[in-house]
Design a protein. Structure first.
Length: 91
């Protein structure tokens, strides 16, 4: 399996970092580091996340990383990280 971040997911990381860095740069850096390393476990267990049926027939799933929701899609041998956000955000 291969792991690929979409442009939107990378933009989400930047947005979260910029928001939190105004309050605490060290916490912002730590949060981004944990979010970027979390998908590595998907390489061994890609279907560990909850499947989101509203995206059928695509295989879109979600995992929670602390207080953040991360959505990803499995296509053949690639896992695409689609989006991520804090669970308190309006989505």
């Amino acid at each position: 399996m291969e792991l690929t971040w979409t442009t939107k997911a990378l933009s989400d990381l930047v947005r979260l970092y910029e928001f939190f860095s105004l309050i605490n740069k060290q916490a912002a850096t730590s949060t981004v580091q944990s979010l970027t390393s979390a998908p590595e476990k998907l390489l061994a267990q890609p279907r560990i996340g909850e499947r989101l049926e509203e995206f059928d027939p695509r295989e879109v799933r979600r995992i929670l990383v602390g207080h953040y929701e991360m959505r990803y899609e499995i296509q053949n041998t690639t896992i695409y990280i689609l989006r991520l956000w804090h669970t308190r955000e309006e989505r």
